[in-house]
Design a binder for this molecule. Sequence first.
Ligand code: ADP
Length: 685
Amino acid sequence: KGQKPNPLLEARKALPIWPHAQSIRAALKKNNVLVLTGETGSGKSTQVPQFLLSEPWCQKCIAVTQPRRMAAISLARRVAQEMSCPPPGRVPGAKVGYSVRFDNATGPHTRVKFLTEGMLLQEMVRDREMEEYSAIIVDEVHERSVNVDLILGFLKNLLSDLENGRLKKRKNPLKVVVMSATVDVGALVQFFGEGSKESEDTQQTLHSDVSSTLVGTQQNQDISTCYIEGRQYPVQTIYLPEPTQNWVESALIHIFQIHRKEPLPGDILVFLTGREKIEKLEKLVNEYAEGLEDSLPKLLVLPLFSALPQHAQQRIFMPTPHRTRKVILATNVAETSVTVPGVRYVIDCGKSKIKEYRNALGLESLLAKPISKSAADQRKGRAGREAPGKCYRLYTEDGYNGFADRTQPEILRCDLSHALLTMVAAGIGLRDVFSFPFLDPPPRGAIERAVALLHDIGAVTEEAEIANDALTMAKFPLTPALSRVLIEAATPERNCLEDVVDIVSALSTEDIFLNLANEERKKEDAEAARRGFYRRSGDHMTLLAAVQGYLEETSDRKAWCAKHFISHRAMQNVVKVRKQLLELCQRLSLVPNSSSSVDPPTANASPEEHTKRVLQCFARGFMRNIARLMPDGSYQTLVSKQTVAIHPSSVLYGRKTDYLLFTEFVFTNRAWVKGVSAPDVGALE
Ligand code: ADP
């Protein structure tokens, strides 16, 4: 129709993956599984779905999973642009869409759907045969999240059921592409190959072929592999001579040394552990940059972390302005998930936050831990994409040598109750969990612990059978504990679902109270402005009061938020989440239709009684998160007998109460609990 060529076509053609398009198509024509590896930025996530879209076997939708919502959204936008179609949305013309928790931007004609791993798992629970899809692309497999491991296991089962004619509905083939940024494909090839016709020998040969030729597509009867050679210029590594504890300060010094010494162009990418450190360093860099001589180029500081709003994330892709150096302060999302253009200097703090199950506590927490060698090398590689670069490691060479070779898969170190609930809801019997095809099977004890936890919250019965509630719980995009809280709130005895939904919505988004830890001056004003929301019972009812205050404000919510030192963005998210949770409760018949409402509303309960009921719901979901005041003034959890302290962000900080209930746990220098309430003793039953 004489369409103008897409202006991004030239850039696409320049990607390392472009020449492999034909062999990728051929590989999937021949086999159902393709394991594809290639460095970050080689074009895997954006190009592979486009290569496959017009293949004869590809009549339906292509799913591309991402570990992070941020990547799913930004990739969908990019691919829509590249395909000259409308941006992702529910409009009929949108061929490219995304689906992330609480945000579904897909339409009736969506053919390429970027979605988080969690969302794909939820779809698998709804339709085991994945009839909606012609292909499923599992991206960023090297990150080895629990979800990715589950997806791989489900897909392996699905493929073998399909091959053996055990499926009821699905007749068309399902193509699976597994993509990873590291070359270690042996385990994946073996995983999908096991139990098939091929012998181990063939797979061995196949694997060594891949690593010896390093280019091109190798095939055997079942699984194809393809390696995309990335562009990598040499990167010089510079270590610290002595280890440091003050790596934020050290990063600051390095940023300015690079800025003074090194020519433009050459942006700086700094890897930090999380949002807090990023915001701290951002402030410091901006303060110091004010004193730079006019003869020096400007510094443009751009933070990059998952919770950042989309438009702010998009700024990292914009070209650097004239006579300016970009400094991107990132979490490990920039390690492989997002390709930041223009970077020649990397500063690596050598740590990242990882989820870890603390056995002694029986609780999961996020901890800043040393990264692995392979992660450190990925970070370093970011400096050499466009030209030779430098990587400053804020640790010593000995420190590096002490790192583990690879990051341990999450499934070996985290709480499995959510994973288990998903499996159970997808029709896997509790006893069959032990024979589920895991790429790395978790220890038996971890599975047993998860079963016990599910039993606690009523998802598994005394007889180790799956309870009806388990299926309802699995349908919520929430942790099993929070799902339990909602189900409890819907019972006639509690009858407080709407309020509990408000609180759960606030717990499911970023902090609604602006964090003023770095701004001493504003702290007192904020305290005064928010005091009206503070509730004696603790953080949960406080959140409720703030959410309700916001909802009641109808004229200018933005101004209202500013006045109360509340994050407007977070509140907008709360409203969005709340709406979807309420819809879901309706669909799952937890709320009676308003017309047929027979239950009397909670209005006749006294405020104390109401608070008690709400907190009873939380206690039901978080039975293990109850601690008692000890004679020495510390708190000890009832079940695991661990000492915990109330986090300074809690409204109960500094207060004494006989019992406390918490919904979040953070371990830094000590075991802190956040989201704390002091339930009436009666609430503990
Ligand atoms: P891979 O999956 O191999 O890491 P991608 O397909 O994600 O590679 O990225 C290929 C290239 O596309 C990147 O180098 C980048 O230049 C460009 N790109 C990806 N996402 C975006 C985006 N949201 N905005 C602008 N450019 C992007």
